[in-house]
Design a protein around this ligand. Structure first.
Ligand SMILES: NC(=O)c1ccc[n+]([C@@H]2O[C@H](COP(=O)([O-])OP(=O)(O)OC[C@H]3O[C@@H](n4cnc5c(N)ncnc54)[C@H](OP(=O)(O)O)[C@@H]3O)[C@@H](O)[C@H]2O)c1
Length: 249
């Protein structure tokens, strides 16, 4: 059997404890990477996942999107515990369903909170880990964005705006930090996870049935795209890869 393509590399995944992030952990570890499974409330889930990933040397780490002071310590921790960092996947995020016309519910404080968490958080983590990614010489940041960034459709207005900001962030950073670090955003349509409270499987299936590929996007589909960013899409940077079954056509 030939060497796996990510042998010797280290990947850190925010939101690795659930859904898309957990599928990314499986996919990257499956190709030989040592993985740091980031979690927020799901410490036990993260530890259980890290324990059953293929390969050795995986770890877990509490990473709250809002705690930008703690992010500053992430690089020291990663250097000490993992020795290096090659891949950062920003998958952590949260949202709430609020009708776009309901501006009473979407007040300024909530707008800022959702923006700060879903784009300020990833930016702060990138900022803290950039020296390590740069030192890798083959650094990669993959942000899990969304088709909401360019359709303006999604769980609420602030969430759509946050994902749009995450997309332009990747463009700016790719320009500023190549060739040592590449930045790619993977942009799914609705994925079969518990991300949006109150969204049923039936609702997902109904939506998917109207798309050209006719099936619900799974966390594993998104994880394969993230893996491809690391292994195959090696001349891509500052762009997005849409994983939506044709939903936005
Ligand atoms: N599912 C979809 O339909 C969909 C579509 C497009 C894009 N996305 C994007 O995909 C990403 C992952 O979502 P998912 O579907 O995998 O949802 P999920 O299963 O709910 O996972 C969300 C992850 O984010 C972490 N998290 C939540 N709030 C956090 C906070 N304040 N600080 C740090 N971490 C926090 C959670 O950690 P704990 O569980 O440990 O608390 C969990 O690991 C998100 O960025 C989302 O915007 C999702």
């Amino acid at each position: 059997m030939g060497a796996r393509t990510l042998e010797g590399k280290v990947a850190l995944i925010t939101g690795g404890s659930s859904g898309i992030g957990a599928a990314c952990a499986q996919a990257l570890a499956g190709e030989g990477a040592r993985v740091v499974v980031g979690y927020h409330r799901g410490r036990e889930r993260a530890e259980a996942l890290a324990a059953q990933l293929p390969g050795n040397g995986h770890a877990t780490m509490a990473i709250a999107l809002e705690d930008t002071q703690a992010h500053a310590q992430l690089a020291d921790w990663a250097t000490r515990e993992m020795g290096r960092l090659d891949i950062l996947v920003n998958s952590a995020g949260y949202t709430r369903r609020i009708a776009h016309h309901d501006l009473d519910a979407m007040d300024g404080a909530l707008f800022n909170e959702i923006l700060a968490a879903n784009v300020g958080g990833p930016f702060s983590v990138i900022r803290a880990l950039l020296p390590l990614l740069h030192a890798s010489g083959d650094g990669l940041v993959v942000n899990i964005s969304s088709v909401s960034a360019f359709t303006g459709l999604g769980s609420n207005i602030a969430y759509c705006a946050a994902k749009a900001a995450l997309d332009t962030l990747a463009i700016s950073l790719a320009r500023a930090f190549g060739p040592q670090v590449r930045f790619l955003n993977v942009s799914p349509a609705a994925v079969d996870t518990e991300f949006v409270k109150g969204r049923s499987r039936e609702e997902l299936q109904k939506k998917a049935a109207q798309t050209p590929l006719g099936r619900v996007v799974l966390p594993e589909d998104v994880a394969r795209a993230v893996l491809a960013c690391a292994t195959h899409l090696r001349t891509a940077t500052g762009t997005r890869i849409v994983i939506d079954g044709g939903h936005t056509l």
